[in-house]
Design a protein around this ligand. Structure first.
Ligand SMILES: Nc1ncnc2c1ncn2[C@@H]1O[C@H](COP(=O)(O)OP(=O)(O)OP(=O)(O)O)[C@@H](O)[C@H]1O
Length: 560
């Protein structure tokens, strides 16, 4: 850092203290000039040096007003000071606070020379203009009904001021119905105008944006999404998520916090986090895309039941969870999967996917993927099952996690070491077991114990998988004639016919939406989209030195 050539170096005033301010290409540093002198004279107190990376500067501009938050006495002092040093500029920058949250902090430097002040603003802005990843123009969709219905307020009070400070222009659409954002993106939006799309809402709203953007990209490139082996074209513009829903798992897993200001700042600094997307088909029909969890059995049943209890609000998930757990259903079927050979990671690794993850950076080139695909096509044409593994069984749950699925309730997530962008999903098969064992497995989603370390749980890192429920294939006569106890049904199910029917098949939940088919084919599309995020930062990455920030803004209100 010190070796870089200085672009500017001046003695300026920060409040009443003289500071040595230095700008080089990557860092802005300031330290108290007087303390430096004391130290050279042998007194042990060191100069407090503060630094901010240029890539984390939000904006720099001329300052006209003195800070009106000061006390009357300090306002008077400030007035005298500003008469002596009437020219000032303010640098707004990212400051890390607790638990991966970011805030925008300001520091104002004063001087007596207008030319010098203008030079600082000009040179700093020149450096910012070299950061070409930063968005200048954004298309924002707000779901006014997501979560606690605070999407619009969250955007106006916490996010818009940050975008305004950074000089980002926005077109804002407040949605009027479900799928409004998806349809607009698919058919109407002039995407050439924008550097990114921002979603203000929860995971359901994000899914709309994902579907709109991915479908639009495929249409623009004449790619047929219904084709199972179609090579999908990655989306060229990034998506930002401002969490304002009741479930904000995608935001949490990619930023480490559900906090609107933090997300806004990740957008401003132009972060880019590639993400895998699963495409889900039923034969030659495209069904949906998924970025987090595909679940059959336990989670499918839970969602089906919770959909009937929407009136209960978020509490419906707890109630349906208990009910589904007590039902303790299992399902017969065949799972086939293509293991992720050559992948550097393993679902049982202790290492988690974090900012700058080397496993995600080592993605297979599209050429390799293509030749792998042609290989498979050749093998299947010959009637060979290729490298596909096939498992017939009775499953309580079949889950495919494309990311860790970490959320505040399950801080490590369903598959703690799943990666955001390595082109794979973790396929977790929970076979029929006792209710107590299943409870132990579920409990491990909330604590630090290895949730795969059970004889009835297996996990595979896969590039593709298929599921065929048995009832569709074999009409399951044998199944239906089995005594209910043998099938593991719970005595609390009093209507036996209803129980046997409900246990014949479950449904797939796909990122919180129910799929209309149970026989599905899933293919992981490596790095199909990019988010304005950088993955969860390691704690050590938390911060350069910052003391005594002049102000923190926007207002320190609690987040949703
Ligand atoms: N204006 C609107 N009116 C009604 N529904 C809308 C509107 N805009 C978006 N939606 C739909 O609302 C659903 C839920 O939105 P969102 O994900 O933002 O909130 P949420 O509270 O997290 O919801 P959930 O947890 O139920 O998914 C989305 O599936 C989206 O399609």
């Amino acid at each position: 850092m010190d070796k870089q050539a200085k672009l500017l170096s001046s003695r300026l005033f920060l409040k009443h203290r003289q500071v040595e301010v230095v700008l080089n290409r990557s860092v802005l540093t300031w330290k108290e000039a007087d303390k430096e002198r004391k130290r050279s004279s042998g007194i042990s107190e060191g100069a407090h040096s503060r630094s901010v990376q240029v890539c984390e500067i939000v904006a720099v501009s001329r300052t006209e007003d003195v800070d009106d938050k000061r006390t009357r006495k300090s306002r008077k002092e400030a007035k005298q000071h500003s008469q002596l040093y009437p020219h000032a500029f303010t640098v707004s920058y990212v400051m890390r606070t607790r638990r991966h949250q970011w805030r925008c902090s300001d520091v104002t430097f004063h001087c007596d020379n207008q030319e010098l002040c203008d030079q600082w603003i000009r040179v700093t802005n020149e450096q910012l203009s070299l950061l070409t990843d930063r968005p200048k123009s954004l298309l924002v969709y707000i779901n006014p009904f997501g979560g606690k219905r605070r999407g619009k307020r969250i955007y106006e009070q916490k996010v818009a001021p940050v975008f305004h400070r950074a000089g980002i222009s926005t077109d804002v659409i407040v949605t009027e119905r479900a799928n409004h954002a998806r349809d607009h993106l698919e058919t109407e939006a002039n995407l050439d105008k924008y550097d990114g799309v921002v979603c203000v809402g929860g995971d359901g709203m994000f899914s709309e944006i994902l579907h709109g953007l991915v479908s639009r990209t495929q249409t623009d490139h004449d790619v047929d999404q219904n084709q199972l082996d179609a090579e999908l074209v990655p989306c060229s513009i990034r998506i930002g998520i401002i969490p304002a829903g009741s479930t904000d798992c995608i935001c949490f897993a990619t930023v480490g916090a559900n906090d609107p200001v933090t997300s806004a700042l990740h957008i401003v600094v132009g972060d880019s986090q590639p993400m895998d997307v699963c495409s889900v088909h039923h034969n030659d029909i495209f069904l949906r895309y998924s970025v987090s969890l595909l679940g059959y059995g336990f989670y499918g049943d839970l969602l089906t039941d919770s959909e009937r209890k929407r009136w209960l609000g978020p509490a419906r998930y707890d109630l349906s969870g208990v009910k589904t757990f007590l039902s303790h259903n299992y399902y017969k079927g065949t799972v086939s999967f293509l293991p992720a050979e050559g992948n550097l990671g393993n679902p049982k690794d202790k290492q988690q996917c974090r900012s700058g993850c080397h496993i995600c950076q080592h993605k297979p080139s599209s050429k390799d993927q293509h030749s792998e695909m042609s290989d498979k096509k050749e093998k299947s044409a010959k009637g060979d099952s290729g490298d596909w593994n096939v498992i017939h069984g009775k499953f309580i749950a079949i889950n495919a996690a494309t990311m860790s699925c970490a959320c505040p309730r399950s801080p490590k997530g369903m598959s703690p070491s799943a990666h955001l962008a390595d082109g794979t999903a973790d396929l977790i098969l929970v076979r029929k077991c006792s209710r107590l064992d299943f409870f132990r497995h579920l409990l491990r989603h909330t604590n630090k114990n290895d949730q795969f370390d059970h004889s009835f749980v297996e996990v595979h890192r896969v590039r593709k998988f298929r599921f065929q429920p048995q009832h569709l294939k074999l009409a399951s006569l044998e199944d239906l004639s089995e005594p209910l106890q043998k099938k593991g049904f719970n005595p609390i199910c009093s209507a036996q016919t209803a129980c046997s029917y409900s246990a014949a098949h479950s449904s797939w939940t796909c990122d919180g939406e129910l799929l209309p088919h149970t026989a599905i084919q899933v293919s992981v599309q490596c790095q199909l989209i990019r988010l304005f995020a950088r993955g969860i930062e390691e704690q050590q990455q938390q911060q350069f030195v910052f003391e005594d920030p002049c102000t923190l803004w926007p207002l320190e209100q609690s987040t949703n």
